[in-house]
Design a protein around this ligand. Structure first.
Ligand code: PLP
Length: 387
């Protein structure tokens, strides 16, 4: 059966050029980049080239990039670095719709002597900026607001927030894991202090990420160990993946804008066809301000998981709620924060398209989905009651 992969916010296919860049670093150039010999030194140089490519993608300087094992580690590092660097500051601000890697770290801090404020969103998933600004305190150590939401694709006004915070001595971190390759991320224009990236969301392998740390930002390492990454992150580097990540960033910088425009067109066609054909299908999130490939659609009176299972029979891969929380039947914290009613929260599906999706794949989803929803609604007493 052909697989129709519409789950690119969960992870992406590794680009062939990325694989080719990585392969020599498994069995030909396997030296440890920390070694004194030339064989290791060559690998160290290649890591620094990858660092330059990651930096270039976000218009940063290479020294401002710290490689990590994933976006989750980058997020945890940013928060822990801020609170360890400013031990007298006991307050953290984040949002109600962050990825669990930020949300659970902040919740953990609030159980251990910190105050946490979680900025609400409106019914379109847009941040309540007044709430954020009203809750700034003298002892706020860090504000962490994601660049774009992984479930709805809604993009947040990071530049506006950073401009508002100018002159205040508060670390500002953004989880930009879902953004690069889809929208422009430029840290010279948007002056965040720290920014998280993850390789596997932009066609590099899983298990590699980066944290951008603006020059001059106080930093305290999360993973202590050797002198790797200039003493900012201990542990022998995941060499091949870092090199793949560098290549993926080069490709994202070169082709991201063009691919994003194509993906947005596919997404819009998918969305319009679905809502045109299926009754009580509601788009979640601010349609004006979204990542190009993401659409989050609720089908009233059916369970998202049942839709996923039936789509799976046709080879269609999508997601209900965040991929990281699937496996638990907890309804999405993002949709709940948006005040979506029970019937919508439970019937939500996220389609996230990427550069490898085609018109034919969208046609196939649109052909198959209406009968799946109809089949499920026939079995739903709530649907019958509502009609
Ligand atoms: N932040 C966001 C917004 C994400 O979507 C994800 C992954 O789903 C992460 C962080 C975690 O990244 P990683 O899987 O590399 O730990």
């Amino acid at each position: 059966m052909k697989i129709i992969y519409a789950d690119n916010n969960a992870t992406t296919k590794v680009d062939k050029e990325v694989v080719d860049a990585m392969l020599p670093y498994f069995s030909d150039f396997y030296g440890n980049p920390s070694s004194m010999h030339t064989f290791g030194g060559r690998v160290a140089r290649r890591i620094n080239e990858a660092r330059a490519s990651v930096a270039e993608m976000i218009n940063a300087e290479p020294e401002e990039i710290v490689f990590t094992s994933c976006g989750s580690e980058s997020n945890n590092t940013a928060i822990m670095s801020a609170i360890n660097s400013f031990p007298d500051k006991k307050h953290i601000i984040t949002t109600r719709v962050e990825h669990p890697a930020v949300k659970s770290r902040v919740e953990h801090c609030t159980r251990n002597g910190y105050r946490g404020d979680f900025v609400p969103v409106d019914n379109l998933g847009r941040l309540d900026l007044d709430y954020l600004y009203d809750h700034l305190a003298d002892d706020t150590a860090i504000i962490s607001v994601m660049w774009a939401n992984n479930e709805t694709g809604v993009i947040f006004p990071i530049e506006e927030i950073v401009d508002h915070l100018k002159g205040k001595k508060i670390i500002f971190h953004t989880d930009a894991v879902q953004a690069p390759g889809k929208v422009i991320v430029d840290v010279k224009k948007v002056k965040v202090d720290m920014l998280s990236l993850s390789g596997h969301k932009l066609h590099a392998p899983k298990g590699v990420g980066a944290l951008y740390v603006r020059k001059g930002t106080r930093f305290s390492p999360f993973l202590m160990g050797g002198h790797q990454e200039g003493g900012r992150r201990g542990g022998t580097e995941n060499v091949a993946s870092i090199i793949g990540f560098g290549k993926a960033c080069e490709l994202a910088l070169k082709y991201g804008a063009k691919e994003g425009a194509k993906t947005a067109k596919l997404r819009d066609r998918l969305e319009n066809s679905i809502t045109g054909q299926i009754k009580n299908a509601v788009i979640n999130g601010d349609r004006e301000n979204r990542l190009p490939g993401t659409t989050n659609i609720s089908f009233e009176y059916v369970e998202g998981e049942s839709i996923l299972l039936l789509m799976n029979e046709y080879g269609i891969c999508a997601s209900s709620g965040s991929a990281c929380t699937s496996g638990s039947l907890e309804p999405s914290h993002v949709l709940r924060a948006m005040g979506a009613p029970y019937t919508l929260v439970h019937g939500s599906i996220r389609f996230s398209l990427g550069k490898y999706n085609t018109d034919e794949e969208v046609d196939y989803i649109v052909e198959v989905l209406p009968s799946i929803i109809e089949r499920l609604r026939k079995m739903s007493p709530f649907w019958h009651d509502s009609q």
